[in-house]
Design a protein around this ligand. Structure first.
Ligand code: 13P
Length: 219
């Protein structure tokens, strides 16, 4: 993909997150790997006015988050950079304050295997990354730990983050994680859901290989 097509896809992804109710205003951010660099959404720009030329381009090996472009990168550039550096299986990262994920994140409730679709995230539990202030290296370190062997996690008192092999898959995972959070919240209100076994989730992940849904989290 060219730099130009990545930027166009990122704008479309921002609009889709907004239209799907997964993001609001300037909260949330997206990054996409481009060789030794990443393109990342600008800080403090609402998705209804975002444009391809506003994306910041930053080296993945730059410890200081230096960037090219008219706008500074998202304040969350550290965890985007660190996920892309740590995970060769992930080329696109989506972070939002999606409502149902955030409800569980403020309650610090990991999502257990109450639906077989959790297998698409690489294992039987979606963890909650420990709290640290937005934009910090501590938050990034906590997210990397919570995403071990997983394609996504909740972020305590903040929101959620997912990563996929491409932006289309990362967007799909964002919607699936919000659906799981929605289902789990409502199951809790009627006494909690029945939790599938680890073997049942492994069996589902194997089934996905021939169905077309890649189970992730190979790190
Ligand atoms: P940015 O506008 O800097 O991307 O930050 C929004 C956000 O969601 C921080 O977690």
């Amino acid at each position: 993909m060219t730099d130009a097509s990545i930027r166009t896809d990122m704008v479309a992804a921002c609009k889709k997150l907004e239209a799907d109710g997964l993001n609001r205003g300037a909260s949330g951010n997206i990054s996409v790997r481009d060789g030794t660099h990443m393109l990342i959404t600008p800080t403090a720009v609402a998705y209804d006015v975002i444009a391809p030329g506003m994306m910041a381009r930053t080296r993945l090996d730059d410890p200081d988050g230096g960037w090219e472009g008219p706008n500074a990168p998202s304040s969350e550039w550290r965890f985007h950079r660190d996920i892309l550096r740590a995970r060769a299986d992930i080329n696109a990262v989506v972070h939002t304050h999606a409502p149902w994920c955030t409800v569980l994140a403020v309650a610090r409730r990991p999502i257990p295997a109450i639906h077989y679709m959790i297998a698409a995230f690489g294992g039987p539990v979606i963890r909650v990354a420990d709290y640290a202030r937005y934009g910090t290296q501590d938050l990034s370190d906590n997210i990397i730990a919570a995403m071990q062997g997983r394609n996504g996690c909740l972020m305590a008192n903040h929101g959620m983050v997912v990563g996929g092999p491409d932006l289309t898959r990362a967007l799909w995972l964002a919607g699936e994680l919000e659906a799981l959070a929605h289902q789990y919240f409502h199951a809790l209100t009627i006494g909690g859901g029945h939790v599938l076994t680890d073997a049942q989730i492994e069996e589902t992940a194997l089934g996905f290989q021939s169905y077309g849904v890649r189970a992730g989290g190979s790190a």
